[in-house]
Design a protein around this ligand. Sequence first.
Ligand code: ZN
Length: 238
Amino acid sequence: MNIQALQQIIDGGENIVFFGGAGVSTESGIPDFRSVDGLYNQKYRYTPETILSHRFFVTHSDAFYDFYRDKMLCLDAKPNKAHLKLAEMERAGKLKAVITQNIDGLHQKAGSKRVYELHGSVHHNICQKCAKSYDAAFILCGEGIPRCSCGGTIKPDVVLYEEPLNDAVVEGAVEAIAAADVLIVGGTSLAVYPAAGLLNYFSGDKLVLINKKRTPYDRRASLVINDSIGEALGRITV
Ligand code: ZN
């Protein structure tokens, strides 16, 4: 692992942006529902892609919430070394934004302030009728379909399949990437929309890819580290 090269790039960066995928969260013990294995299929009659779709939420709300409470609400998870180092880098004025595809809120839990959550957050839950908001504990502790005091159905503010991303969040992420001189991409194979597209807005000269497996963008990067994102960032001195 070329930590020295990573340290040099971070030392030289003035406007660093981090873009993270599922790998950042799996190191905190949160399952990546995209890497489906037999376990899901043994317990659930539908694939995660089906359950986490807008149509399924509308037509099978109770089955959606069974899966969601069981697999998506990992409220005991703790920030790992990657989350903590990124928050430290932001406090030091080096890191300008975190852009994440994860919905667990662990960057904020670690202390990060400017976080663009492309797929929303389990910590925001909205009544579909009156727009009142509820926290994740309210969803976790209830049974069946969570209902607002007005009687409306509460929906997690996470982007389900078939749903568009939030325009304001995407715009913020694009602006942050376009202004960055160093872009660190971690814990993603860059195969999933919109990750690859967002990278095209980067015009800085130092692209760093940290992922356990190779990605299609490795040849464009200044530095590739095929290792754990927590281990790599954890060894950086801010
Ligand atoms: Zn309501």
